[in-house]
Design a protein around this ligand. Sequence first.
Ligand SMILES: Cc1cc2nc3c(=O)[nH]c(=O)nc-3n(C[C@H](O)[C@H](O)[C@H](O)COP(=O)(O)OP(=O)(O)OC[C@H]3O[C@@H](n4cnc5c(N)ncnc54)[C@H](O)[C@@H]3O)c2cc1C
Length: 348
Amino acid sequence: MRTAVVGAGVVGLSTAYALLRHGSDAVVFETGKPMSARSAGSSRIFRLAHGDPGLVAYAAAAAGLWADWTHRAGNRLVGQQTTVITGPNARDWAEAMTDAGVDHTLVDEVDPSLGLPVPELPGPALIDPAGGVIDAPATGRFLRAAIGNRVREEHIYRIVPHDDWVEVHGSGGVHEVDHVVIAAGRGSLELAAQVDLYLPTELSHHARFTFRLKEPDAVPPCWIDGTQSWRDGITSYQHVSGPGLWSIGLNMPPDAEAWELGREEVVEESRDLARTYVRETLVGVTDEIVEEIYCDSPSTLGDGIHVATTGPVTAVWGAHLFKHAPAIGQTLANAAINDVSPQLPPAE
Ligand SMILES: Cc1cc2nc3c(=O)[nH]c(=O)nc-3n(C[C@H](O)[C@H](O)[C@H](O)COP(=O)(O)OP(=O)(O)OC[C@H]3O[C@@H](n4cnc5c(N)ncnc54)[C@H](O)[C@@H]3O)c2cc1C
């Protein structure tokens, strides 16, 4: 059995990796550079904490696979910083973690012992001890080394399904395969529509900025802050992204990130806001930006993994897929090999 995976982001590479590990044939088609679209940059946050026990359990399965990958890669792919969630989600997510039976602590006050780079913040806070920073480039290197020459530089522009096989038309020719997994990020919308799978089309602009920690040896926990304690409508995610480096993504109200505003305007606004936020709030961080990354983001999706299948073609999409990637790959590979629908937890 042969599967074509469209897209060499973390989801496509994980899927090909799982297929090959199960002894099934797979080829990945990538129009640009692997790991350079929504999977770009130095780091991501891993967390078990979610609002749904099924997603918590799915993240726990991913954690097991991350540990296996770490072992095979010979270097740690997910750090041990822990992840802290502050704001209204803390209590609900703690409940979901209780239901899923995974370790966590819920505290009423955010105090300095948590190590966050802020002097004070209203509680409660949820501490997820399994959370930490994912090393994104090391993950890409591990997967690419394992997949080898099964990644082809080729743009896929047409998918024609037949009853039990598929024609995949790419810039390098026409390929005949048994299954197709569309994991092409933004490119998935167009390809999936060709087989009557309609993914949400609404996009927004998003940028993440990296600053320096004043204490270069400090290792604060990853932090997802939903308190809106700085400004109404602004939440954030933050984490160490290298020695002495602190990356911050601010989530602005939807009309401030809207696609129609254009990349430049949204990034400029976001950059100014991030600098002001650091200056006014984060005592442990300097306000000079040392790195920034941009991506288009599916704007209406929260946590969760979405898949749709028609005949031999499956499309996968979501907003926060990196942490789940090893488990998504496994799920999609199992479904392709056993010719069944992929089983995933309900999306939030
Ligand atoms: C700044 C930022 C912070 C984030 N933080 C987190 C986080 O903390 N935790 C988390 O879990 N997630 C996070 N995410 C989300 C996560 O990174 C993405 O959900 C994940 O990387 C998506 O991977 P993907 O493989 O689906 O898509 P992509 O990485 O976009 O890969 C799709 C690939 O398909 C290729 N492609 C497109 N069209 C075609 C075509 N027609 N033919 C061939 N190839 C094609 C593209 O070139 C691309 O390489 C963050 C994202 C960003 C940008």
